[in-house]
Design a protein around this ligand. Structure first.
Ligand code: SF4
Length: 79
């Protein structure tokens, strides 16, 4: 089962790159505002960088990133 991942509220990201270091296949840092975003490949729509759907094999790393985010803004649910 693919999983849905949201960065919400994305404005609250403190840019420590924890999610990127744990799960760089799914998260990257936005070059303009310096906050985490979903990589383009997995976005639900091209203009929404805070919501994605990722395949099952990335579920564990997304989950670990969610549990490790110091401000708890990464949310994972079954797609
Ligand atoms: S782990 Fe959380 S606070 Fe850190 S960069 Fe990722 S979304 Fe932002």
């Amino acid at each position: 089962m693919p999983v849905k991942v949201r960065i919400d509220p994305r404005d609250a990201c403190i840019s420590d790159m924890v999610c990127v270091s744990i799960c760089g296949d799914v998260f990257q840092m936005n070059e303009e505002d310096g906050k985490s975003e979903i990589v383009p490949q997995f976005r639900v729509s091209p203009d929404n960088n805070a919501e994605g759907v990722v395949p099952d094999d990335l579920k564990d790393c997304v989950q670990e990133a969610a549990e490790s985010c110091p401000v708890n803004i990464i949310h994972v649910e079954e797609a």
